[in-house]
Design a protein around this ligand. Structure first.
Ligand code: FAD
Ligand code: PYC
Length: 417
C-alpha cells in the first residue's frame, strides 16, 4: 500500500515539477563523522553542501528529526530581498541574493528563483521616512532600492488600490527590483541532492536528544533517536528549536520562539506580478507558479512551539489584504499553516562559534531567513571548516548582545516580531 504522508507528498511535488526521480540513499547513521549538522532545512543542507564542495570535507552527516525541508524551509513564503538597513546586514543578505541568481546552475536543480521585484508599502509619514532611509542606506551600500510614488507603485502592481479613503492609504513604496521569490522545497532538495552526490549522509527521522562533551568540555558527539554518533564538529541549524538543542550543550541563547503563519488562496490565473509587503499592517502577498496567492501574517503575540498561528492574526491580515487589493475579496482560502521562528533581541541572526569548542550555531533568523539561505550556508560552512568566522558573518556573534554591538533590523524585518 502506498504511504500517503507529508514526506511522500514532498517527494511527489518535487518530482512533479522537476521531472526528477529521487533515488534517495537514506543511509543508516555511522558511529562517527568528521562533522555533524543538526537540522535538515535549507541552511543545514546548504552548509553540508558547502563543507563538501568548498572545504573538501566528505564525512558529514545531516541529522533531521523529521523529513528534510519539513521545517520553516518548507513553510515559508519565499520572499527574497536584501534591502536591510545596516552595512553588516546589507553585506550578508546581498551576498545571498547574488548567490540566488546562480543557484539553479550551481546545484543543477531548478530552484525557480524569480526576481520579480519586492515592493514595501508606506502608509504613514513615519513609514515614508523609514522607507526612504532604507532606500538611501541601501544605495550607499550598492544595494538596489528605489522610492516610488503611489501612482508608480500602482503601475508596478496594478491590483493595488491607491484610492482615497483607505484605512491604510498608500503614500509611497520602496522597490527592490532584484528581489523576488523561489521554490522553497526545491531549495532543500537541490542542496540535499548535491550534497548527497558528494557523499554527505542525510539522515531523516533522526532527532538529536543530547550533545556529548569530553573532559576538556569540547564536543565529542551526539545522541540521537537512532543511536549515538561520535564527532568533534557540530553545527546547530535547528530554526525555532535552537534553544532546546543548545541547552543540550549547557548554553543559553538570547532567543524566543514564536509561531508565524501563512496561507494560500485557491489557484487563479496569473494576476499578481510582484511581491508586495506592508510592514505596518503585517501583511504581504505574491502569487505562486501554481496560481495560489501566497499571503503571510505577523507572528503570534506569545511564545509557543505550536505549529499553528492564532486565527485572529490571519483575519487581521486578510482584512488588510482585501482592502489593499479589493479584487481578491471573493477568493477562498485553500490552506493555512505555521512554522516556529526564533527571534533575537535585535532581529539579526547569530552565525558563530560558541564558547564550547567544536560547537557552532546558525540561528535567530526570525521571520526572514529563507532569503539568506545560500549566503548563510556559505559563510557558516567557512566558519565550521576554519574554526573562524568568514568576514561577512564576523559581526553576527553571540557576544554582541553582551557588548552592545547590536544590528537592529526590526524595521527591515518587515513582518511583526
Ligand atoms: P528549518 O527549515 O526550520 O530547518 C531546521 C530543521 O531542524 C527542521 O527541519 C527541524 O525539524 C530540525 N530540527 C529541530 N530540532 C532538531 C533536533 N533536535 N534534531 C534533529 N533535527 C532537528 N524568510 C524569508 O526570508 N522570506 C519569507 O518570505 C519568509 N516567510 C516565512 C513564512 C513563514 C510562515 C515562516 C514560518 C517563516 C518564514 N520565513 C521567511 C523564515 C524562514 O522560513 C526561515 O528563517 C528559514 O527557512 C530557516 O531555515 P533553516 O534551514 O534554518 O530552518
Ligand atoms: O523577510 O521578507 C521577509 C519576509 C516576508 C515574509 C516573511 N518574511
Amino acid at each position: 500500500m502506498q504511504r500517503f504522508n507529508a514526506l511522500s507528498l514532498l517527494r511527489r511535488s518535487v518530482r512533479g515539477h522537476q521531472g526528477w526521480r529521487p533515488h534517495w540513499r537514506d543511509p543508516a547513521p555511522k558511529p562517527a563523522y568528521d562533522a555533524v549538522i543538526i537540522g535538515g532545512g535549507g541552511h543545514g543542507l546548504g552548509t553540508a553542501f558547502h563543507l563538501a564542495r568548498d572545504h573538501g570535507m566528505r564525512d558529514i552527516a545531516v541529522l533531521e528529526r523529521g523529513w528534510i525541508g519539513g521545517g520553516n524551509t518548507g513553510r515559508n513564503t519565499t520572499v527574497i530581498r536584501s534591502n536591510y538597513l545596516f552595512d553588516e546586514s546589507a553585506a550578508l543578505y546581498d551576498h545571498a541574493l547574488k548567490l540566488w541568481s546562480g543557484l539553479s546552475q550551481t546545484l543543477n536543480y531548478n530552484v525557480m528563483f524569480s526576481p520579480r521585484g519586492v515592493m514595501m508599502l508606506a502608509h504613514t509619514l513615519h513609514d515614508v521616512q523609514v522607507g526612504r532611509r532604507h532606500v538611501h542606506a541601501n544605495r550607499l551600500n550598492g544595494v538596489d532600492n528605489e522610492w516610488l510614488t503611489p501612482e508608480q507603485a500602482k503601475a508596478f502592481c496594478p491590483p493595488l488600490s491607491i484610492g482615497p479613503g483607505l484605512r491604510y492609504p498608500v503614500l509611497g513604496a520602496a522597490l527592490q527590483r532584484r528581489g523576488g521569490t523561489a521554490r522553497h522545497d526545491a531549495v532543500a532538495w537541490g542542496y540535499a541532492r548535491a550534497a548527497d552526490a558528494m557523499g554527505v549522509d542525510i539522515i531523516q527521522n533522526s532527532e538529536v536528544t543530547a550533545i556529548r562533551r569530553d573532559a576538556q568540555g569540547a564536543v565529542s558527539g551526539v545522541e540521537t533517536t537512532r543511536g549515538a554518533i561520535r564527532t568533534k564538529k557540530i553545527g546547530v541549524v535547528a530554526a525555532g528549536h535552537t534553544s532546546v538543542v543548545m541547552a543540550m550543550a549547557g548554553l543559553r541563547l538570547p532567543l524566543e520562539s514564536y509561531p508565524l503563519q501563512a496561507l494560500v488562496s485557491e489557484p487563479v490565473k496569473p494576476v499578481f506580478p510582484c511581491v508586495v509587503m506592508s510592514n505596518s499592517i503585517h501583511a504581504y502577498i505574491s502569487q505562486s507558479d501554481k496560481g495560489e496567492l501566497v499571503i503571510g501574517a505577523g507572528t503570534d503575540a506569545y511564545v509557543s512551539y505550536s505549529q499553528r498561528g492564532g486565527l485572529h492574526i490571519a483575519a487581521h491580515t486578510l482584512e488588510a489584504i482585501c482592502e489593499l487589493f479589493p479584487r481578491f475579496r471573493r477568493l477562498r482560502m485553500l490552506r493555512n499553516w505555521a512554522g516556529i521562528v526564533d527571534v533575537t533581541p535585535d532581529r539579526s541572526p547569530i552565525i558563530a562559534k560558541t564558547p564550547v569548542a567544536g560547537l557552532y550555531v546558525n540561528c535567530g533568523w526570525g521571520t526572514g531567513g529563507f532569503k539568506a539561505t545560500p549566503g548563510s550556508a556559505h559563510v557558516f560552512a567557512w566558519t565550521m571548516a576554519k574554526d573562524a568566522p568568514h568576514p561577512i558573518n564576523a559581526p553576527f556573534t553571540m557576544e554582541r548582545f553582551r557588548e552592545g554591538k547590536l544590528i537592529d533590523e526590526a524595521a527591515a524585518a518587515a513582518v511583526a516580531h
